[in-house]
Design a protein. Structure first.
Length: 326
């Protein structure tokens, strides 16, 4: 099948593009290459456009010819930046989705897998969060993801349209050394950056009501996350999903910040006692997925271990830091 992938030159998108090509699908990517890197997806056609610009609609319409389905990653994902620049985040993420949906409507493409986020749950916390948990995002980034899901439901109510919204928990790791996450926005790359500088990893709070006092999250290998997109794509195009359906994409197993820092020490061979500082505003103590819906309806489950995640991330970090490419 021919699949259009927006943001396909990005960290997660490029893993999905490679898995699609490996299984024999044809891929065309739409990406503005501002944060994406075409070297992640050699040989794949890239239509370079800024999705949130209305002028992109005819360009995407053109790119949609012979396309059976869309996987939509393109968007801004910096939580702190979304707090400081809310209008821009809505323009970029909600505007981009609107333009994409208009282009799809114009050419009659009615299947999408959408990159959503556990951020839609806001401060909901627990060790087995179901898709039915309350969705009260606490930042504009999370709100743009929840609005994106609602846009898909509204379209499905008036025209033949099926979609899966994948709510990512904490993604890390690398499916290949050159595909690592080069944005330093989350725990694993932030610890790597500290270790590179010979500085202690920083732990935001060790006084949470958890076994070791640090926050617990559901870390999932990017290759498992990518596989979930292919499973969702098949469920959408096979007609096994009606309307828009949300899926938690996590392992269902929690790991604490301390455990992650220790795993990074193991993988990197660098041990620097972490520095405990005050809690970070807005961090729930425990956020772990109940991934049973994805298991039962998509036939998907995560397969990689925490060690796989951290060791693959470290290998990629070393390659990219010594002149390899993203
Ligand atoms: C994880 C834990 C920090 C850095 C984010 C996005 C969310 C979703 C999942 C995309 C927290 C602690 C971090 C550091 C630390 N992603 N930490 N020291 O906040 O769980 O959620 O990823 O959709 O939208 O917000 O991820 O990696 O920022 O933090 O102690 O140097 O690690 O306090 O407990 P988070 P994170």
């Amino acid at each position: 099948m021919r699949v259009l992938v927006t943001g396909g030159a990005g960290y997660i998108g490029s893993h999905v593009v490679r898995q699609l090509v490996e299984r024999g699908d044809e891929v065309v990517v739409v990406d503005d290459l501002e944060t994406g890197d075409e070297r992640r997806i050699p040989g794949i056609p890239i239509v370079r456009t800024e999705l949130s610009d209305p002028a992109a609609i005819p360009v995407v319409r053109e790119a949609l010819s012979d396309v059976a389905a869309v996987i939509h990653f393109a968007g801004r994902k910096r939580v702190n930046e979304s707090v400081l620049r809310p209008a821009w985040y809505y323009q970029q993420n909600v505007g981009g989705m609107a333009n994409l949906l208009l282009a799809m409507e114009a050419v009659g493409v009615g299947s999408m897998v959408f990159s959503s986020s556990a951020a839609v749950y806001g401060t909901s916390e627990g060790d087995s969060i179901p898709e039915s948990a309350p969705t009260n995002p606490i930042n504009p980034y999370g709100s743009t993801k929840l609005i994106g899901e609602r846009m898909l439901s509204d379209v499905a109510a008036v025209r033949p349209f099926r979609s899966a919204s994948l709510r990512y928990f904490n993604v890390a790791g690398a499916g290949a050394p050159e595909l690592g996450d080069t944005a330093v926005l989350n725990l694993v790359p932030m610890v790597f950056e500290r270790l590179d500088a010979g500085e202690a990893p920083v732990v935001f709070g060790a006084d949470y009501p958890t076994p070791d006092g640090t926050c617990i999250r559901d870390y999932i290998h990017v290759s498992d996350l990518a596989a979930a997109h292919l499973a969702a794509l098949d469920a959408v195009t096979d007609g096994r999903i009606d309307g828009n359906r949300a899926f938690n994409i996590g392992t269902g197993v929690g790991s604490s910040v301390r455990e992650m820092v220790e795993a990074i020490e193991q993988a990197s061979g660098i041990r620097i006692e972490p520095r405990i500082v005050e809690r970070r505003e807005g961090d729930p103590a425990v956020v772990v997925a109940d991934p049973s819906r994805a298991r039962s309806e998509l036939g998907w489950k995560a397969r990689h271990t925490l060690q796989d995640i951290v060791s693959s991330a470290w290998r990629s970090h070393v390659l990219l830091a010594t002149g390899g490419h993203a």
